[in-house]
Ligand binder design. Structure first.
Ligand code: UD1
Ligand code: CA
Length: 477
C-alpha cells in the first residue's frame, strides 16, 4: 500500500570523480545491476507516493537507466549550483506543493542500504516527531565521510564534512551515512538558508542539520547495526568491497534455498539469477544476468553463464556461455564456448573445445570434440565427428547448415554453407561437404590414398627416417 505521506529523493547528479571513469559512477554495476538501480529498488520497497531522482553529470545516460528501472520515478535536473543541498532543493520543487509528509533522502552511490533499515529510520523519525532523523554509523576509519557532532547532552548538533573539519572533529568516528528522513516543511524552510561558504564551495545538505538545531527542532541520528550497510561507493576499491558483501549475501541466500555452493568466495551470482533446489555450483563459477538454472544441474568449475537457461540435471563444466539454452540432461564442456542463440536439446552434448553460435542441436545429438558449429540446425540423435567446421561465412554473408536426424558425420569435415545433410546420411573422414547430401547417402570428397613405395630411402637418404624405414624392411613390398 502506497504511503501517501512519503517521498524518496535519490541523489545521482554528482560526477563521481574518484571513480576515474568514463561511465558515470551510479551506472557502475554490482551483481549485474547499476548502483542507482539498487537504490531505486530499495526506494520502491518503501512504497512512497513519489520518487524523485536528481541527475546532472551524463544526465541522459543516467536518466535512461532510471526510466528503465523505475518508470514512475520523476527525473529532475540539477542546475549549476553544486552540492547535495542544491540537489535536494531542485527535487523538492518537483514535489506537489501540498505534499506535507516525510522526505527520505538517499544517495545513488550507497547501494547496500536496504528498505528494512530505512523503514526503521522512518518509524523512529515519526515516533519521535523529529524534524530530521539521519542514519549514522561508527567506523574504524571514518575518513572521507561527514562527521556527526553531538552536543554535551548527546543530541546531534551538526554535521561537519571531512574537508571542513578541524582535528578534534576529524577524530569523531560516528559518520553521516548520507541517508535521512526529513519532515518536508522543515527541510524546505532550512534549505533556503544554506550557503556555499565551505571548503568545496557547495550547498551542503548536511548544513540543514545544524540550522534545524539552531532553530530549536529535534534531530536524531540512529546508528546502523553493521556499518557496511551504509558504505558509499566513491572509488573502485569500495566498489569491489560492496560487490563482495552483496555477493556473499546472495550466495548465502541460495545456499539456504537448497543450492550447494562449494566455494562461496569464488562463486559470483548476479541478483537477477534464479536457481532451483539441488543445483550444485563448483568453484570459480560466475552466474550472470538473467540466467535460470533448473533442478539438479551441476555448474562449474570455472564456468561463466550470462543470460542462459540451464535444464534439469544438465552438466556444464569449464564453459563460457552467453544467451544459450541447454536442455534437460545435456552435457557441456569442458572448455566449450557457447555464443548467443546456441540451443542444445535434451540429452545433447557439446564437448571439449567446441564453439557454437546461433545453432540448434536437437534431442540426443552430439558435437563431442574440437568443432565450430555456427548458423546450423542439427536434428535428433545425430553425431558430428571430431574436428568439424561449419564454413558459414563467405567473407560477405553468413549461410546456414542443416543436418538432419540420425546423421553420422566423420572426423575433420568442413560443411560449406549453405548446405544440407539429409536424415540418416553419413560422411567420410576429411570430407569437404560442398553439395547437399541426400538422406541415407555416404558423402566422400577425398581422393583415394596412394602409397609411393620406397620414397623416404630414395628422397631422404642417410636420414634417421630412411634408416628406420630400411630397418622395417617394407620398402620393396
Ligand atoms: C556525502 C555527505 C557526507 C556523507 C557521505 C556519505 C554531503 C555534503 N556530504 O558526502 O556527510 O558522509 O555523503 O556517503 O552531503 N550529488 C548530487 N549533486 C551534487 C553533489 C552530489 O546529486 O551536486 C549526489 C552524488 O551523485 C552522490 C550523492 O549526492 O550520489 C553524494 O555525493 P558525494 O559527492 O559522493 O558526497 P560525499 O562526499 O560522499
Ligand atoms: Ca559518496
Amino acid at each position: 500500500m502506497t504511503d501517501q505521506n512519503l517521498a524518496v529523493i535519490i541523489l545521482a547528479a554528482g560526477e563521481g570523480t574518484r571513480m576515474r571513469s568514463a561511465t558515470p559512477k551510479v551506472l557502475h554495476t554490482l551483481a549485474g545491476i547499476p548502483l542507482v538501480g539498487h537504490v531505486l529498488a530499495t526506494a520502491r520497497e518503501l512504497h512512497p507516493a513519489h520518487v524523485i531522482a536528481v541527475v546532472r553529470h551524463e544526465r541522459d545516460r543516467v536518466a535512461s537507466v532510471i526510466g528503465e528501472t523505475l518508470p514512475e520515478a520523476i527525473v529532475v535536473d540539477q542546475d549549476e549550483v553544486p552540492g547535495t543541498g542544491r540537489a535536494v532543493e531542485v527535487a523538492l520543487d518537483a514535489l506537489p506543493q501540498d505534499f506535507a509528509g516525510d522526505v527520505v533522502v538517499v544517495s545513488g552511490d550507497v547501494p547496500l542500504l536496504d528498505a528494512g533499515t530505512l523503514g526503521r529510520l522512518i518509524e523512529a523519525h515519526r515516533a519521535a516527531h523529529c524534524a530530521a532523523t539521519l542514519l549514522s554509523a561508527v567506523l574504524d576509519d571514518a575518513s572521507g565521510y561527514g562527521r556527526i557532532i553531538r552536543g554535551e547532552d548527546g543530541h546531534v548538533d551538526r554535521i561537519v564534512e571531512q574537508k571542513d573539519a578541524n582535528e578534534s572533529e576529524l577524530a569523531v568516528t560516528e559518520i553521516n551515512s548520507g541517508s535521512y528522513v526529513f519532515t518536508v516543511d522543515s527541510l524546505r524552510a532550512e534549505l533556503s538558508h544554506v550557503g556555499t561558504r565551505n571548503a568545496q564551495g557547495e550547498k551542503y545538505l548536511t548544513d540543514v542539520v545544524g540550522l534545524l538545531r539552531a532553530s530549536g527542532s529535534t534531530v536524531e541520528a540512529v546508528p546502523v547495526g553493521q556499518s557496511w550497510i551504509v558504505g558509499g561507493v566513491n572509488d573502485r576499491v569500495q566498489l569491489a568491497e560492496a560487490a563482495a558483501r552483496l555477493n556473499a549475501l546472495i550466495v548465502r541466500g541460495w545456499q539456504l534455498a537448497g543450492v550447494t555452493v562449494h566455494d562461496p568466495a569464488t562463486t559470483w551470482i548476479d541478483l537477477a539469477v534464479t536457481i532451483a533446489e539441488d543445483v550444485e555450483i563448483l568453484p570459480g563459477t560466475q552466474v550472470k544476468g538473467a540466467t535460470k538454472i533448473d533442478r539438479g544441474a551441476v555448474i562449474g568449475p570455472d564456468t561463466t553463464l550470462v543470460d542462459c537457461e540451464i535444464g534439469e540435471n544438465a552438466i556444464v563444466k569449464r564453459t563460457d556461455a552467453t544467451l544459450a539454452v541447454i536442455g534437460k540432461g545435456a552435457t557441456v564442456g569442458p572448455f566449450s564456448y557457447l555464443r548467443p542463440n546456441s540451443v542444445l536439446g535434451e540429452e545433447g552434448k557439446i564437448g571439449a573445445f567446441v564453439e557454437t553460435k546461433n545453432s540448434t542441436i536437437g534431442f540426443g545429438s552430439k558435437v563431442p570434440h574440437l568443432s565450430y558449429i555456427g548458423d546450423t540446425e542439427i536434428g535428433v540423435q545425430s553425431n558430428i565427428g571430431a574436428g568439424t567446421i561449419t564454413a558459414n561465412y563467405d567473407g560477405v554473408n553468413k549461410h546456414r547448415t542443416s543436418v538432419g536426424s540420425h546423421v553420422r558425420t566423420s572426423s575433420h569435415n568442413v560443411f560449406v554453407a549453405p548446405v544440407r545433410i539429409g536424415d540418416g546420411a553419413y560422411t567420410g573422414a576429411g570430407t569437404v561437404v560442398r553439395k547437399d547430401v541426400p538422406a541415407g547417402a555416404l558423402a566422400i570428397s577425398v581422393a583415394p590414398q596412394r602409397n609411393m613405395m620406397g620414397w623416404t630411402e630414395e628422397k631422404r637418404p642417410g636420414t634417421a627416417a630412411a634408416e628406420a624405414a630400411a630397418a622395417a624392411g617394407e620398402s620393396e613390398n
